[in-house]
Ligand binder design. Structure first.
Ligand SMILES: [Zn+2]
Length: 368
């Protein structure tokens, strides 16, 4: 009886191993059966099936599987049964192995096609627009200013940013040791050059090159030895204007500045001039305009005064005309200057002008 059992038992074990496999494998039959072509899986589903099939292979073909246990039994059955039993185990192994392999191949084809499908281009989808940049707010404002003066008959001059002492100070009637040099202190190179502290330098170049009469504006970058804070930056933008001709008077200056401000801030803009001092003009005046936000009623932007201070101006000092080689007895002229950054800060209500130069795209893209 004991012998009978030991001969039955290995066969039963082989059959049980086969049945256990078939039971678990059944759900994978759909990938290899007759209707396999109709199976459609997403990439994620196909990959999940592939993983469970790999686990199934480990369970039934691995070192601790029932099939492995059956193989170990081959040496233990009685010699006359051994050949038949060995064949039985081999038969099972190859049948199950083939089924597994078919299913594995079918699944890897499914994964492949799901992957291709996902990567293929759907021409019906809306395209992705490439991100488009725009000009910097300072440049946009500078161009607006240029447009206004060009229509008034002014040429736009480009100047150099590195200057000699002569152009930056002496020719502008600011001799060595003049107190006006202090607030305009700038950055110097070791060989006697300086980063220009004002665009007024371009006046001298323009008058030397063009002679009189001349009408020009010079927008550009200027430098001061300032510590950066919400209203100061060691580098900022100015626009300078110059008009030299016979018989030019303060009335021309006032008319020109007022017209510019009306075109910039609206037809109702009012301009006022306050006496002031600049070494390169005589007489000199600072100009204010009625607040564009509250029309002179008083608000946060104009600090409740109704007026906004914008720039400096005056009649070109005869010393400056002569330094540039122009006959001060025949010609007279006016000049004015204003800060572009300051104007941008006002128009866009910026609390800190340094925002303009930090190049943070989140800030800059508001001006597109
Ligand atoms: Zn106001």
């Amino acid at each position: 009886m004991a012998e009978g059992q030991s001969q039955e038992s290995p066969k039963l074990q082989v059959e049980a191993a086969g049945k256990a496999f078939e039971q678990e494998f059944e759900r994978f039959q759909r990938f290899t059966g007759d209707s396999a072509h109709a199976v459609h899986l997403s990439l994620r589903e196909a990959e999940a099936e592939q993983r469970s099939l790999a686990e199934l292979r480990t369970r039934h073909f691995g070192r601790k599987s029932a099939l492995a246990a059956c193989k170990k039994l081959i040496g233990r059955v009685s010699p006359d049964e051994r050949a038949a039993f060995g064949q039985m185990v081999q038969q099972l192994e190859s049948t199950l192995g083939q089924q597994l392999e078919h299913a594995e191949q079918a699944l890897s084809r499914l994964v492949e096609s799901a992957r291709t499908e996902r990567e293929s281009i759907d021409v019906t989808l809306p395209g992705r627009r490439p991100r488009q940049g725009h000009l910097h707010p300072i440049t946009l404002l500078r161009e607006r200013i240029e447009d206004i003066f060009v229509t008034l008959g002014y040429a736009v001059e480009d100047g150099r940013e590195i200057e000699t002492d002569f152009y930056n100070f002496d020719a502008l009637n600011i001799p060595q040791n003049h107190p006006a040099r202090a607030p305009q202190d700038t950055f110097y190179t070791t060989d006697g050059f300086a980063l220009r502290s004002q665009t007024s330098t371009v006046q001298i170049h323009a008058m030397q090159r063009r002679g009189a009469p001349v009408r020009m504006i010079a927008p550009g970058r200027v430098f001061r030895r300032d510590t950066p804070d919400p209203t100061h930056n060691p580098m900022f933008f100015q626009v300078e204007g110059l008009c030299v001709d016979r018989g030019i008077s303060m009335a021309h200056l006032k008319g020109t500045v007022a017209e510019f401000l009306r075109r910039m801030f609206g037809a109702k803009t009012v301009t006022r001039f306050r006496p002031s001092y600049f070494p390169f003009t005589e007489p000199s005046a600072e100009f204010d305009f009625s607040c564009f936000k509250c029309a002179g009623q008083g608000c946060r932007i104009c600090k409740n005064s109704g007026w906004i201070e914008l720039g400096g101006s005056g009649m070109v000092h005869p010393h400056v005309l002569r330094a540039a080689g122009i006959d001060a007895d025949e010609f007279s002229g006016f000049a004015f200057g204003l800060g572009i950054d300051r104007m941008a800060a006002l128009m866009y209500s910026l609390d800190d002008i340094r925002l303009l130069f930090e190049n943070d795209v989140r800030f800059l893209e508001q001006f597109g």
